[in-house]
Write a protein that binds this ligand. Structure first.
Ligand SMILES: NC(=O)C1=CN([C@@H]2O[C@H](COP(=O)(O)OP(=O)(O)OC[C@H]3O[C@@H](n4cnc5c(N)ncnc54)[C@H](OP(=O)(O)O)[C@@H]3O)[C@@H](O)[C@H]2O)C=CC1
Ligand SMILES: O=C(O)[C@@H]1CCC=N1
Length: 279
């Protein structure tokens, strides 16, 4: 379907997440000149223009020429942004929204009418490792979405990593709490490991190399091994040894419940965003 770059793409909002997706997609699924970016921020437009991408500060007729639209603005401005783009929809436009929280039925209503909601719509929750083609995206299509549209959305996101289809908006909020926000949790852990190494006398450079390779190696091992993460953890933990000493501190200080509370907070925030900005 995408041979000879048959895809034309609009990013409405060209910030962090759109840039990560664009970096993975341009040259693989589309040429730079097949992409159109609408962003109110001049510096953002200049970054895209430097890659040969057409840009505009506001939606206009050129949007009608793009087959797939990816809404990548903050949930707070989704409603007004959709309203501004809506006049340029064509019957065959596939809309993908990556906004956290804003549910599919609301988006379908904003894009269409209350009586005839837009059906060519896929909700997606990607993550920033898409920048290096190591992302993972949750995808959600309402009943009635064409199989061809599901396929296009899936191929698009597979160009920047893996995809997992979910059944409803609540599950997409759970994806948001896990893999959407998740890279930030991992970066926080990485920062803590690096700072911890330095406190114990390693240089910043040594700590960074050791921490990065440890996270990389451990996740690769977990991905390739048939054994569970719990078993792999036990393999590192010699009785009465150093790992046991460290893990007992994690346990005493409530590491696992803290991770669960953090994920619950992200999930709850997605619902709040939906309530606040879906009216
Ligand atoms: N960052 C991430 O890891 C992920 C983000 N998302 C979702 O992606 C969306 C974008 O997030 P992110 O990329 O981080 O945000 P950014 O703020 O980096 O990007 C949004 C961009 O949209 C611009 N913008 C604001 N209003 C409009 C408008 N009316 N028309 C066009 N452009 C506009 C902003 O300009 P200005 O800065 O001047 O306001 C900004 O450049 C959010 O809905 C978020 O939930 C989903 C998954 C992961
Ligand atoms: O923080 C946010 O709201 C967005 C959604 C997932 C990652 N970033």
């Amino acid at each position: 379907m995408f041979s000879n770059y048959e895809l034309s793409l609009a990013f409405i909002g060209g910030g962090n997440m759109a840039s990560a997706l664009g970096a993975g997609l341009i040259g693989k699924r589309c040429g730079a000149n097949d992409v159109h970016v609408i962003d109110i921020d001049e510096a953002t437009r200049e970054r895209w223009a430097a890659q040969g991408v057409g840009t505009a500060a506001a939606p206009g007729p050129e949007l009608s020429g793009q087959k797939v639209w990816i809404f990548a603005v903050k949930p707070q401005v989704m409603k007004e942004t959709v309203a501004a783009c809506r006049p340029y929809l064509k019957p065959d436009t596939l809309v993908i929204s990556i906004a956290a929280g804003i549910d599919s039925a609301t988006l379908a209503r904003w894009l269409g009418t209350p009586d005839a909601p837009w059906t060519r719509l896929v909700r997606c929750m990607p993550n920033t490792p898409s920048l290096v083609k190591a992302g993972i995206s949750g995808l959600l299509a309402l009943d009635g979405v064409l199989d061809t549209d599901r396929t296009v959305a899936q191929q698009l996101l597979k160009a920047v990593g893996e995809v997992v289809w979910v059944d409803n908006d609540d599950q997409l909020d759970a994806v948001t709490a896990l893999s959407g926000s998740g890279p930030a949790y991992v970066f926080l852990f990485l920062e803590a490991l690096i700072a911890g190494g330095e406190k114990l006398g390693l240089s910043a450079e040594q700590s960074r190399a050791l921490a990065l390779a440890t996270l990389n190696g451990a996740t690769q091992l977990a991905g390739l091994s048939p054994e569970s993460p719990a078993t792999l953890r036990e393999r590192v933990t010699s009785k009465g040894g150093t790992t046991a000493a460290a893990l007992s501190v994690f346990e005493q200080q409530g590491f696992t419940p803290m991770v669960h509370d953090a994920m619950q907070a992200a999930y709850n925030r997605a619902s709040e965003l939906a309530r606040e900005f879906s009216k």
